[in-house]
Ligand binder design. Structure first.
Ligand code: ZN
Ligand code: ZN
Length: 211
């Protein structure tokens, strides 16, 4: 299986393209911009069957409408963030005066759900950065796509109107750090890391004392 990250969009989001050797289908996680993702897919002769969103902030969803239009890909998001796909106040695009083309979700996810998109993803509900933040776990690859919940030596912002720092801390400390074993983490911004490294080094989680 291949995982290719493309940093794109106005806030340098890591968009991830995942595919297997046996066919040309691919999954795109958090398409932040259509064109660079499309260019890569064309070069590899891939077509997008599913779009998986870690949360609904504009910087992570700006490329969704373009991919949906071209491939009619199935859009997955947690039910609590689904309205952010078409509400510029909720997805914060209005803050930067940016236009994000509105779309509707096809599948609303909840904690513990599985997404079967050629690859099988397990949904871990990790609210805090947004009320509908989720991580996508790929067990076979020992990989987790953490969106803006957990970064290398950092965590997502919890100072937005709908953020909740206590929820974010619990999501990381209980739900992610509580997973058995080690995983490679593919975050929404900056470089990859591992669960073990963050368990022992993440300064925000280590020093958090609650609000
Ligand atoms: Zn975000
Ligand atoms: Zn982000």
């Amino acid at each position: 299986m291949h995982i290719h990250g493309i940093q794109c969009g106005p806030l340098d989001v890591n968009s991830y393209i995942l595919w297997k050797e046996e066919n040309n289908d691919c999954v795109v996680i958090d398409p932040a911009e259509t064109d660079p993702i499309l260019a890569f897919m064309k070069a590899k002769n891939l077509k997008c069957t599913d779009i998986l969103l870690t949360h609904g902030h504009f910087d992570h969803i700006a490329g969704v409408a373009g991919l949906k239009e071209i491939f009619d890909a199935c859009i997955h998001i947690h039910k609590n963030d689904a309205h952010m796909l078409y509400n510029s106040n909720a997805n914060l695009s209005f803050l930067l005066g940016l236009q994000v083309r509105p779309v509707q979700a096809d599948v609303l996810l909840e904690d513990g759900d599985e997404v079967n998109a050629g690859l099988t993803f397990k949904i871990i509900y990790t609210p805090g950065h947004t009320p509908g933040g989720i991580c996508y776990l790929l067990d076979n690859e020992k990989a987790i796509f953490t969106g803006d919940t957990l970064f290398r030596l950092g965590v997502g912002r919890a100072d937005f109107p709908n953020s909740n720092a206590d929820d974010l801390y619990a999501s990381i400390k209980v739900k992610l750090f509580g997973l058995p074993g080690d995983y490679t983490l593919y975050p929404g911004h900056m470089r990859t890391t591992t669960l073990d490294f963050e368990r022992s080094h993440n300064p925000f989680v280590r020093s958090y004392r609650g609000k």
